[in-house]
Write a protein that binds this ligand. Structure first.
Ligand SMILES: *Cc1c(COP(=O)(O)O)cnc(C)c1O
Length: 377
């Protein structure tokens, strides 16, 4: 059996263990400490955001962001349908209703037309959405400037899910820094990892101070344990943050490697009939967290993305269909949904994520390319 090629696996840079060892040596084995502070400073410096709070996961960051803008049971929150379920779950944790909006075809992210249609219709039905949650999926930035303009017109706050987009930019400004808050993830498969973790970033210090307070059980200033609010145990551990500090040293390198992987796939596979890539709109720069393709059987010898996925699997290569949109998920399909042309359903039907880890060798990539080329011979 050939060695396994993963979709996206952890890739240590070498310095992570030194930060973790320092935490052990100084006994900072807790959800606070110098690595947490240092990692937050690194995130601020890298993204250009004013402030950052390191948390236990991206999901926790989304949950806290919604709590801080006051989402209550019965409220509505607009959310991109084409995403991972973790974007939507925190809306439901709060007893609020997700209003799902389809994508456009240039970035695969929330469609500004469908978004405005949803806002107008929800307001007409008597409920103004409490927030808008766009996602920068697979690292490709959403049309965030248009989204922010629409949100401003109706005075609705935007929280960006940039879990997959650390290092992505629009006109050189970091994804996650356009809305009132941005969410990052450092899960094991993301562009950098802390083994598990996330962060909330914002230019508003008050949000970040409150995120730190709420994520450490909402302790009031008192010598005893005093609480006037419900708290959460969502802070990042100093051990995980040590891994994060080491990973920040190689983030730009990982981004360059993933972008190169995309370029190689595009170079090698674009000529195959029915296979299409997702180019960057002008001014947009994706971290190319995962290289994604669409496979049109009508244009390409009847070959489907499942044919490709199964051929890769036979050779111990992991690939994965694109996210199944939330409006098609059994657990979310009862919620309101708005579209301007069923874009994400078609992407789910035809789309595939190719192995894209920054630790892939060129021989690994050649193996993937050759398997796919052979299917079309
Ligand atoms: C990974 C991910 C999250 C959740 O982050 P966790 O750190 O795994 O909780 C949220 N949204 C998207 C789009 C993601 O890919």
């Amino acid at each position: 059996m050939n060695s396994k090629i993963w979709l996206s696996s952890p890739h240590m840079g070498g310095q992570e263990f030194a930060f973790v060892k320092e935490a052990f040596d100084t006994n900072w084995i807790a959800p606070l400490g110098p690595n947490v502070d240092g990692f937050e400073q690194d995130l601020v410096a890298y993204t250009g955001s004013g402030y950052a709070a390191a948390l236990s996961s991206g999901t926790a960051a989304l949950h806290l962001a919604l709590i801080m803008i006051g989402v209550q049971p019965g409220d509505e929150v607009i959310c991109q349908s084409f995403t991972f379920s973790a974007t939507v779950n925190p809306i439901v944790y709060l007893g609020a209703t997700p209003v799902l909006v389809d994508s456009e075809s240039e970035t695969w992210n929330i469609c500004p037309f469908a978004l405005e249609k949803a806002i107008v219709d929800r307001i007409a039905k008597g409920k103004k959405p409490k927030a808008i949650l766009p996602v920068h999926l697979y690292g490709m930035p959403a049309k965030i400037e248009q989204i922010i303009a629409i949100a401003a017109k109706y005075d609705i706050p935007v929280i960006e899910d940039a879990a997959e987009a650390l290092g992505s930019t629009i006109n050189s400004k970091a994804a996650g820094t356009f809305g009132i808050m941005g969410v990052l993830s450092f899960n094991g498969n993301k562009i950098i990892t802390t083994s598990g973790g996330g962060a909330l970033i914002s230019d508003n210090q008050d949000f970040i101070d409150r995120a730190r307070f709420l994520s450490t059980q909402a302790r009031d200033a008192a010598p005893h344990y005093q609480h006037s609010q419900i708290g959460y145990n969502y802070r990042m551990s100093n051990i995980c943050a040590g891994i994060g500090r080491g990973q920040m040293l190689v983030l730009d390198k990982h981004k360059a490697q993933r972008r190169k992987i995309y370029d190689t796939y595009a170079e090698q596979l674009s000529a195959l009939p029915g296979i299409k890539f997702l180019p960057e709109p002008a001014g947009f720069k994706s971290n190319r967290w995962l290289t994604t393709i669409t496979v049109d059987p009508a244009a390409g010898k009847g070959i489907t993305r499942e044919n490709i996925r199964l051929e890769l699997e036979k050779d111990n290569v992991e690939s994965r269909p694109l996210w199944k949109p939330m409006h098609l998920q059994p657990v979310f399909q009862q919620y309101p949904y708005y579209t301007n042309g069923e874009v994400s359903a078609a992407l789910f039907d035809k789309g595939l994520c190719l192995p894209s880890g920054s630790n892939m060798s060129s021989a690994d990539q050649e193996r993937v390319v050759n398997i796919i080329k052979k299917i079309y011979e």
